[in-house]
Design a protein around this ligand. Structure first.
Ligand code: FOL
Length: 194
C-alpha cells in the first residue's frame, strides 16, 4: 500500500498555542468541530476511508456517543496497550510507529493525528507529519482563557500555505474567514514543512 499523507489537525489559541484544559477543550466551537468532522472524514476517492490517531487521554475526552468517531478508522495509543485490532473501526497501538505501520498496510487515504499535546509534540519532533491543519483562534476580549495544555512546535520550520492549497487538501468548497463563535474569532490554516 502507498504511504498515506499524515497531518496534524488541531485548534489552538494564539499566541500561547493553548489547546486544552482539564482533559478537554478550552472552548466550545460548534462550527469548528463540524469542520474537524468534515475534514477528517472526507475522502477524494469514493469508497475510501481516512484514519484518526489519538492518545488515550484524547480518546477518554470524547463523549461516548461520538466514539469511535464514525466513518474513520480510529487508532488509540497507549504505552500499556497490546497492538491489536479491537473491531472493524478501532485499533489499539502502543506507539506511533506501530500505528502508522498498521495503517500503511491498508487502503487508508489520509491519516490525521488528532492529539493531544503529548502525541502532537512527539510526531512533530519526530518528523512523522507532512502537514499541519491549525485552526488559529483568538479571544475576542483580552480576558484570560483557562488552559493547561500547549502545542510546542517551532513555527520557523513550517510555512503557511495559501488558501487554495487548503481547499485542495481538505476538499472544502471555500475558506471562511474570521469566524466568530462564543467570544472567539478563528481561521483555518494549512502548514507544510519548509
Ligand atoms: N482539531 C480541530 N480543528 N478542532 C478540534 O476541536 C479538535 N479536537 C481534537 C483534535 N483535533 C481538533 C480532539 N478533541 C470530538 C471531540 C473532541 C475532540 C475531537 C473530536 C468529537 O466528538 N467529534 C465528533 C463530532 C462531535 C460533534 O458533532 O459535536 C466527530 O465525529 O468528529
Amino acid at each position: 500500500m502507498k504511504k498515506p499523507t499524515v497531518s496534524v489537525i488541531v485548534a489552538a489559541l494564539k499566541p500561547s498555542f493553548g489547546i486544552g484544559n482539564k482533559g478537554g477543550l478550552p472552548w466550545k466551537l460548534g462550527k469548528e468541530m463540524a469542520y474537524f468532522k468534515r475534514v477528517t472524514t472526507r475522502t477524494a476517492q469514493a469508497g475510501a476511508i481516512n484514519a484518526v490517531i489519538m492518545g488515550r487521554k484524547t480518546w477518554d475526552s470524547i463523549p461516548p456517543r461520538f466514539k469511535p468517531l464514525p466513518d474513520r478508522i480510529n487508532v488509540v495509543l497507549s504505552r500499556s496497550f497490546e497492538n491489536r485490532q479491537v473491531d472493524e473501526r478501532l485499533i489499539h497501538a502502543n506507539s506511533i510507529e506501530s500505528a502508522l505501520s498498521f495503517l500503511s498496510a491498508r487502503p487508508v487515504e489520509k491519516v490525521f493525528i488528532i492529539g493531544g499535546a503529548e502525541i502532537y509534540n512527539e510526531v512533530i519532533k519526530g518528523h512523522l507529519v507532512d502537514y499541519l491543519l491549525i485552526t488559529e483562534i483568538e479571544h475576542v476580549d483580552d480576558s484570560p482563557v483557562e488552559m493547561d495544555t500547549f502545542l510546542e512546535f517551532d513555527m520557523h520550520e513550517w510555512v503557511k500555505l495559501p488558501d487554495g492549497d487548503l481547499v485542495d487538501f481538505t476538499g472544502e468548497e471555500s475558506v471562511e474567514k474570521d469566524i466568530n463563535e462564543n467570544g472567539f474569532i478563528y481561521n483555518y490554516t494549512l502548514w507544510a514543512r519548509k
